[in-house]
Ligand binder design. Structure first.
Ligand SMILES: *Cc1c(COP(=O)(O)O)cnc(C)c1O
Length: 501
């Protein structure tokens, strides 16, 4: 299985090379040359397997240049009992008549762990496979959750340096503390004065700066990416769509072949796109419901076919979805147009120069065959958290609550009775202050410190604070750098000791 760019440079590369490079040389994203197909027998065979074994079956179809043994070792280390706090890894919970796929049982309490525990291991192997002499610099732009998950995944991995940029004042308190207290000899964390899109753009500019790359090369280094533009991030996310379906079968909530809907709280379009790949492979997925917050650029696009990022940017209670440029949409466009790379490159060019582009009616119709989209503002988000807690005693984080809210809209508009899985992307403890307020807990006094809300939420709900968050108390701050977005290149040079080279 080889990978090609969404923008047309026709050179096909192995998965190890796609993962090492992160982004294609023409600025496009790597996509599989063809989509592996599965049948009912394959899906049924997943039912008795545990998560690691299921993961091996799915990843093995995409990372064909890795041996079975290599994948097995990566997955055993990634989804291990000392990283994940439950043996199911991605448990499927039942709340009322809905299924909730909990993707936040990993070390950083958000769904990014599902992929970022795997990526560093497959990237490390890729360097050997590709006989790469340079060491790797991972640059990450994070809206909050990716940064910590990448730091945890990459810390002290040989031959890899990681620098994480996050929007100053654009992440939750817990998210910030998780990052600035990060340990590891190969990690740096920098706050950027700007929002997530500024931060992501800053990283993209560096990736495309050939002069900078030459300087890096002279220092024996090269870039790669841990953002969801990297295929090594996307592929592990396909696993849990299959796993959820297998669990529905195992629990007799569906029969073999029965279609299922998934509702996905969406920002960069990475998570939901993995669901689309699962569908393209043959998993019986009817609808993928894209849930956005007030930054509803994807809702407009999936409804009207016009992508327009020229709009007000909102900071919301679901900061990991505060995104106006959803990078992974490019991969959807590639598949929707049957690989029309000229068209995709043109749209991406328009997005860059005009800030918007639109797809033709027949392309929109094709998108709408699978996707439905809606959005919920902060007030509706809070209402959903409260309602679900009051009715079912289940505590949702704000991202998951956006999905719940959008699903209610979908169900009342469509009357669709298809079984549905809500993809839950963060532990409520990660966004404890808004959750606590939503379910009527009183806000602890400021002087009680950063962790009073965590404890208050635990006390009120009877849920346990995840270990990774509990242990943040008293961890020293190690990273204090703040920079303007224009300064990002200089900061990278400084941190890597490239000056004067
Ligand atoms: C990253 C993230 C999302 C958005 O996922 P995308 O793949 O960017 O669409 C949603 N919720 C949480 C908690 C996240 O961390």
């Amino acid at each position: 299985m080889n990978y090609v760019s969404t923008r047309g440079s026709r050179e096909a590369v192995t998965s190890a090379m796609a993962i090492q490079r992160g982004i294609a040389p023409d600025g496009g994203l790597f996509v599989p040359e063809n989509i592996p197909q599965v049948d009912a027998g394959f899906i049924a065979s997943l039912v008795p397997l545990d998560y690691r074994q299921r993961a091996q079956r799915i990843l093995g179809r995409f990372l064909t240049d890795y041996s079975e043994k290599e994948l097995q070792e990566c997955l055993a280390a990634a989804y291990s009992a000392d990283k994940f706090d439950c043996p199911e890894i991605a448990p499927l919970n039942t709340v009322g008549d809905l299924n909730i796929l909990e993707l936040w049982h990993g070390p950083t309490s958000a769904f990014k762990d599902m992929a970022l525990q795997v990526l560093p291991r497959v990237l490390s192997l890729a360097l050997t496979k590709n006989q790469e002499k340079s060491d790797i610099v991972i640059l990450v732009a994070t809206s909050g959750d990716t940064g910590k998950a990448a730091l945890e995944g990459f810390k002290d991995v040989p031959r890899i340096r990681i620098i994480v940029f996050y929007p100053h004042n654009g992440v939750s308190n817990i998210q910030r503390l998780q990052m600035v207290s990060q340990e590891g000899g190969n990690v740096d964390v920098v706050a950027v004065r700007g929002n997530f899109d500024d931060t992501q753009t800053g990283v993209k500019i560096l990736f495309q700066d050939e002069k900078f790359q030459d300087k890096l090369a002279a220092s024996g280094l090269q870039f790669s990416s841990a953002n969801s533009i990297n295929w090594g991030r996307l592929a592990p996310q396909i696993i849990y769509y299959f796993s959820a379906y297998a669990d529905l079968l195992a629990n007799n909530r569906i029969v073999a072949g029965q279609p299922v809907n998934f509702v996905v709280p969406t920002g960069n379009f990475g998570n939901i796109l993995a669901g689309y790949y699962a569908k393209l492979m043959g998993l019986p997925v009817a609808r993928l419901i894209c849930a956005s917050n007030s930054n509803n650029v994807l809702t407009d696009f999936l409804q009207n076919g016009v992508y327009d990022r020229k709009r007000e940017f909102f900071k919301t209670l679901s900061p990991s979805m505060d995104i106006l440029v959803s990078s992974n949409l490019e991969r959807l466009l590639y598949h929707i147009t049957n690989g029309n790379t000229v068209q995709v490159a043109d749209w991406m060019d328009k997005l860059k120069t005009d800030g918007c582009y639109s797809v033709a009616p027949q392309e929109l119709a094709k998108i709408k065959d699978t996707f439905w989209a809606g959005w919920a503002d902060d007030a509706l988000t809070v209402e959903a958290i409260r309602k679900v807690y009051t009715e079912y005693g289940y505590v949702m984080d704000p991202h998951t609550a956006v999905a719940w809210q959008v699903y209610e809209q979908y169900r009342s508009q469509s009357q669709d009775q298809t079984p549905c899985v809500i993809v839950s992307t963060a532990s409520p403890f990660k966004f404890n202050e808004s959750v606590l307020q939503a379910i009527g807990g009183s806000k602890p006094a400021v002087e009680d410190g950063e962790f009073a809300s965590l404890e208050a939420l635990a006390k009120l709900t009877g849920w346990q604070v995840p270990a990774g968050l509990a242990e943040l108390t008293g961890k020293p701050v190690k990273h204090t750098l703040v920079c303007a977005k224009e300064e990002m290149p200089v900061i990278v040079e400084d941190l890597l000791g490239m000056q004067g080279k």
